[in-house]
Design a protein around this ligand. Structure first.
Ligand code: ARG
Length: 469
């Protein structure tokens, strides 16, 4: 091949990041080949010894690979053959790069999704703890970015947790989808050699083996699930970031950011900018881009293998560091974000956010909701004309609008009461929010448990090394 074509078509600059996954997969493959009698003991020992030694060197970040190869898999094999001569040429028995690549990618996705899930669970745990402490703080909830109804800060924190947990669920799906061994599918239809795919699956702690070789070598659904899950985490963080960014402006003023995370302006001495949250939001576009790139890459490919699939690497390999970076930044930054309880309360006391509560109090007195809605609307109108908050209109004025208004109805204008009264399931009343926090904690615990069940690459390498040949 022309050197410039080799250079341009090589994935080595990207898939170097898969070096440990590939070495581990090859070490398991050697163990299987020996088990079924396709390798002599001496060859198997040499091959596995070299592969695991390279794994250790790669773990230390010191493995050098030859340039000028098509991908990391060829580079490793070239290095191995340079080291072991004839023996090195036996490694690729009953294997194609098609199933080899799929194996490295599945190991990568399973590992990265688990690590990401672990960090996400940590963030959710902190936000849940925060919710427990902010149950007394009251601020407006928004619809159409207009003040809507009073809620507790704990309720808002709990809402953020819910979205993050759903993204966690997507990560869990990605782990499950990746968790089948593709090795032994060969180029596209299996092999005539007497392999045992279960050996590799067991050594690498996969749930089992994939069912159809032709499907397997062109399957990137597990990678789609992974990039989708990554995008979902980033979208959840992005929306949280927008809330924080908005609420720290003097227009809202509900949140303050500490100096430890605030960025200045190079010109305006007074500025305390929430750059870290803007970057969390900004970087989420990379997550969406990775998902979109992979979707368009796979769309229209024929059944089987096509080299296009090599370009899945950027999307798959960028996702882990990108998402974990954002989770970590958000987690660290949230520790320096504090609610301003007085400003929060002003946000609901100033206006008419308790209007729905007044209407519902009239409903409790027997008025049909539509009439209660119009009646309360008149009161709101009047308050606006008088330029006073709804809570300050007074009973006389209210009575002039409708005789049904009394002390009990107007008592719900106290924001604390308005919040406490929303006892419906999923509502903002303190006892409901406590239930939500308990649910969040339990769901987070389940996710963390899932993480614990995914073996680390180092542990797998130790398992493989301990296996008799
Ligand atoms: N370099 C490719 C990759 O890393 C593997 C190519 C495998 N198959 C082939 N027929 N060239 O995805």
């Amino acid at each position: 091949m022309l050197p410039e074509i080799v250079a341009w078509t090589s994935s080595l600059p990207h898939d170097r990041a898969l070096v440990r996954e590939d070495l581990l997969g090859s070490a398991a493959h050697v163990t299987m080949l020996r088990r079924v009698g396709l390798l002599e003991l001496a060859d198997a020992e040499k091959l596995r010894g070299s592969l695991l030694a390279m794994f250790a060197t790669a773990t230390a970040g010191e493995l050098e690979l030859p340039d000028g190869e098509e991908d990391v898999h060829m580079a490793i094999e070239a290095r191995l053959t340079a080291e072991l001569g004839e023996t090195g040429k036996r490694l690729h028995t009953a294997r194609s790069r098609n199933d080899q690549v799929a194996l490295a990618l599945r190991l990568h996705v399973r590992d990265q999704a688990a690590r990401t899930l672990g960090e996400l669970a940590g963030l959710v745990d902190e936000l849940a703890g925060r919710a427990e402490r902010e149950i007394e703080v009251i601020l407006p909830a928004y619809t159409h970015r207009q003040r809507a109804q009073p809620v507790s800060a704990a309720f808002l924190l709990s809402a953020w947790c819910m979205q993050l947990l759903r993204a966690g669920d997507a990560l869990r799906t990605a782990i499950d989808r990746a968790n089948e061994s593709p090795l032994g599918c060969g180029a596209c239809s299996g092999t005539s050699l007497p392999i045992d795919r279960d050996v590799v699956a067991e050594l690498l702690e996969f749930r089992g083996t994939t069912a159809n070789a032709l499907d397997t070598i062109g399957d990137r659904d597990f990678a789609l699930d992974w990039t989708w899950a990554g995008a979902r985490v980033l979208l959840a963080l992005s929306r949280l970031a927008t809330d924080v960014i908005d609420f720290t402006t003097s227009e809202f003023g509900f949140l303050r950011i500490g100096d430890a995370i605030a960025a200045g302006s190079s010109m305006m001495p007074q500025k305390k900018n929430p750059d870290v949250f803007e970057l969390v939001r900004g970087k989420s576009s990379r997550g969406v881009a990775n998902l979109t790139a992979l979707l368009t890459l796979v769309k229209g490919l024929p059944t089987g293998y096509a080299r296009d699939l090599q370009d899945d690497r950027q999307s798959i390999l960028e996702t882990g560091p990108l998402v974990r970076g954002a989770v970590r930044a958000a987690r660290a930054a949230m520790n320096h974000v504090t609610f301003d309880p007085e400003a929060c309360l002003r946000g609901v006391s100033d206006g008419a956010t308790q209007a729905t509560d007044v209407a519902e109090a009239l409903v409790r007195k027997g008025m049909p909701f539509r009439e209660a809605y119009l009646t309360t609307g008149k009161l709101v109108h009047l308050a606006r004309e008088k330029n006073v908050p709804l809570a300050k209109v007074g009973l006389d004025v209210a009575k002039s609008v409708h005789v049904a208004f009394d002390e009990a109805v107007l008592a719900v204008l106290d924001p604390k009461q308005a919040v406490a009264a929303k006892k419906s399931a999923g509502g903002t009343a303190p006892e409901r929010v406590r239930e939500q926090i308990a649910w969040v904690r339990a769901a987070r615990f389940e996710l963390a448990e899932k993480v614990g069940n995914v073996p680390e690459l180092d542990a797998l390498a130790r398992n493989v090394a301990a296996e008799a040949l």
